[in-house]
Design a protein around this ligand. Structure first.
Ligand SMILES: Nc1ncnc2c1ncn2[C@@H]1O[C@H](COP(=O)(O)OP(=O)(O)O)[C@@H](O)[C@H]1O
Ligand SMILES: [Mg+2]
Length: 634
């Protein structure tokens, strides 16, 4: 059982007062008892003396009446004394009144030296032999507890005895009987009132102690509520106790601590936000395990590698996240809950879209030689490789661009003079059909070549991006309007999945329009009638993702590496320029384009464009893009 401070304080004070009161009352009772006993003793001796005087007087009176003992034998002497005492009214009145008025005197007896009663206040004792009783002096000088035991034990009689002389001889004794019950009755009222006082003072002190503790401990209650409020997150407050003493100081300090806690919490939540933001932007999956083997930090992208929600994984043990049969288990070399340091191994994980290669590494964090935790990093090997491919394609395109730009210039001039000379030739030609036909063919081919070269040259010029804040949903609707005839011709079903709200992006409308249109047209061309095309828009972190998927024939693994190359086409009558252009447009916007395809099942192209940020000026408005490609002119 836990006692409250108030109860303890009250109890302690009451016990203390009880102890003091008991001590004081004990002393008082001891003194009272002794005093009462002494008084009884004194009174008894006083009464004895009076009786003695009265006896002498009675004997003198008898002598005056000329009475004398018959002989000196003890019997005659006793009879003579008894008669003299009986005749003395003074003596008898004295005995009666002394017994009646003295509260402690129980009996007065005069006996001869053999103890035979001559006269007594108790008439039945007359002539009887009465044994001696213990002297009252022994009780007076006894110890306090002995006195109490005697007084409060079974009733007992003590006596005060005074020798009575006849002539010079010891004739008998005057015996004053004192009853323990009578003495007790003298003490009891004092004892009772002492008891009442003691009880009263204990009760009063209990009440006072309770009142004092209630008043003096009240600030502690207030301080306690103050602390409760702090732990509930309410950091700004006034001191609960405004006093100059220690409790006031404590309360003021608590207010200070609340302020510090608020600052710390603010710093902490800012840090946390930053950390979360940083982690949400991470492609790599990060798992940080603490010294106790439990995950303390799990980045959002972990989910795409091992499929658990970060909020659920947090707090789990390494052995729970990677159970015994988990493919990651062997790579991480987990023993108990300890993960050994691992440097870049590769693990193949079964994912929804087939097997997935993941790079795994683990770093043990130590401080002063003590193991503090482990950082596990998961890396998407495949997308890294894809990025590598992207870079390779861009470089190749750039190289081709440089070559073709030069070639185009070299071709342009001879082409012009060829045309002039052809005109001259035409004017001087015989009108026979065969040479005429040949010249016409030449003319057409020169035209075609000229057109191609013009397009090339057109694209050697730096591209000036006309960036505008654009609602991508509206732009996609426009693309669909433009592609409607082709979609109808292809006989495919169109699905559109646009969000109800979307942040604006900063783009060159025309270029992105053309880029998305190229994707949609390809989807129409490579999907047989009855198939399906889906156009969707969603947000992923700080990017807008436009996805065009089809249920068409897909791209063979071998072709997948080439589709962004200029002039690569598998389509009869195709130019192989559409995807190369789209790739370039997306790059100009600092975006990204990637695709998933499976031969026979379909293809999905994803175009990622950064969202407009107020602080963000577009990267290089004018870009000298030395990759001249011919635009697909339709
Ligand atoms: N949605 C698609 N489905 C299948 N193959 C595609 C798809 N889109 C592009 N391709 C492949 O990429 C090649 C290049 O496409 P592109 O650059 O648009 O040129 P073109 O359309 O003139 O062939 C196509 O010939 C085709 O092999
Ligand atoms: Mg195309």
């Amino acid at each position: 059982m836990r006692l409250s401070l108030k109860t303890k304080f009250t109890l302690a004070t009451s016990l203390l007062v009880l102890a003091v009161v008991t001590g004081v009352s004990g002393l008082y009772i001891a003194r009272l008892t002794r005093q009462v006993l002494r008084q009884a003793d004194d009174r008894a001796s006083f009464v004895a003396l009076q009786v003695y005087d009265a006896c002498n007087q009675a004997l003198k009176d008898a002598a005056q009446r000329d009475e004398a003992p018959a002989s000196t034998s003890p019997q005659d002497l006793r009879a003579y004394a008894q008669k003299a005492f009986d005749d003395s009214s003074t003596l008898n009145t004295l005995i009666e009144s002394a017994v009646a008025y003295s509260p402690t005197v129980y009996e007065i007896t005069i006996s001869d030296k053999d103890g035979i009663v001559l006269v007594s206040s108790d008439a039945s004792l007359r002539g009887q032999k009465v044994a001696k009783r213990p002297p009252v002096g022994s009780l007076v000088s006894a110890r306090f507890f002995e006195q109490l035991r005697t007084l409060y034990g079974p009733p007992q009689t003590y006596e005060f005895s005074y020798p009575f002389l006849l002539g010079a001889e010891h004739f008998g004794d005057i015996r004053i009987g004192l009853s323990s019950v009578f003495i007790r009755n003298e003490i009891s009222p004092g004892l009772r009132s002492a008891g009442w006082y003691a009880l009263g003072s204990v009760l009063l002190s209990t009440f006072l102690a309770f009142a004092v503790s209630t008043v003096s401990l009240a600030p502690i209650d207030r301080i306690s509520t103050q602390l409760d409020r702090i732990s509930a997150g309410e950091f700004d407050m006034q001191p609960a106790v405004e006093r100059g003493d220690e409790l006031g100081a404590v309360s003021t300090k608590i207010v200070g601590i609340g302020k510090q806690l608020r600052d710390v919490r603010e710093i902490f939540s800012t840090l946390r936000e930053n950390l979360d933001q940083m982690m949400s932007g991470l492609e790599d999956g990060l798992l940080l395990f603490g010294a106790d083997g439990r995950a303390v930090l799990v980045s959002p992208s972990v989910e795409k590698f091992i499929g658990g929600r970060p909020s659920e994984l947090r707090g789990q043990r390494a052995s729970e996240i990677f159970p015994a049969n988990h493919p990651m288990r062997r790579a991480l070399r987990i023993e108990g809950d300890e993960i050994a340091a691992v440097e870049g191994t590769e693990v193949t994980l079964a994912a929804a879209g087939g097997a997935h290669r993941v790079g795994v590494s683990a770093q043990v964090i130590r401080e002063h030689g003590t193991r503090m935790g482990t950082l596990v990093t998961l890396r998407d090997v495949e997308s890294l490789e894809r990025i590598g491919n992207h870079l390779e394609v861009s470089e190749r395109l750039a190289a081709i661009g440089r070559v073709t730009a030069g070639v185009a210039h070299e071709v342009k001039n001879p082409l012009n003079s060829m045309r002039l000379w052809l005109e001259v030739l035409k004017a001087n030609m015989p009108v026979e059909p065969e040479p005429q036909q040949a010249v016409k063919m030449l003319d057409n081919e020169i035209d075609r070549l000229d057109r191609a070269v013009k397009t090339f040259l057109n694209f050697t010029k730096p591209v000036e991006l006309k960036l505008e804040e654009t609602d991508l949903r509206a732009l996609l609707e426009e693309v669909l309007d433009a592609a409607r005839p082709e979609i109808g011709k292809a006989g495919v079903e169109l699905r559109v999945d646009l969000p109800s709200e979307f942040p604006p992006v900063l783009i060159d409308r025309q270029l992105i329009h053309q880029g998305v249109l190229n994707l949609v047209l390809n989807a129409c061309e490579f999907t047989s009638p009855g198939g399906r095309i889906t156009l969707s828009l969603r947000r992923s972190g700080e990017s807008a993702v436009i996805a065009v998927s089809d249920s068409g024939k897909g791209i063979s693994a071998e072709d997948q590496k080439k589709i962004f190359q200029l002039f690569f086409t598998t389509r009869p009558g195709g130019t192989g320029i559409g995807l190369a252009n789209t790739f370039r447009f997306v790059q100009l916007h600092n975006g990204r384009i990637e695709f998933d395809s499976e031969a026979g099942r379909g293809t999905t192209f994803r175009m990622e464009l950064p969202l407009a940020r107020s602080s963000d000026a577009p990267a290089g408005k004018v870009r000298d893009f030395s990759q001249p490609f011919a635009e697909e002119k339709k």
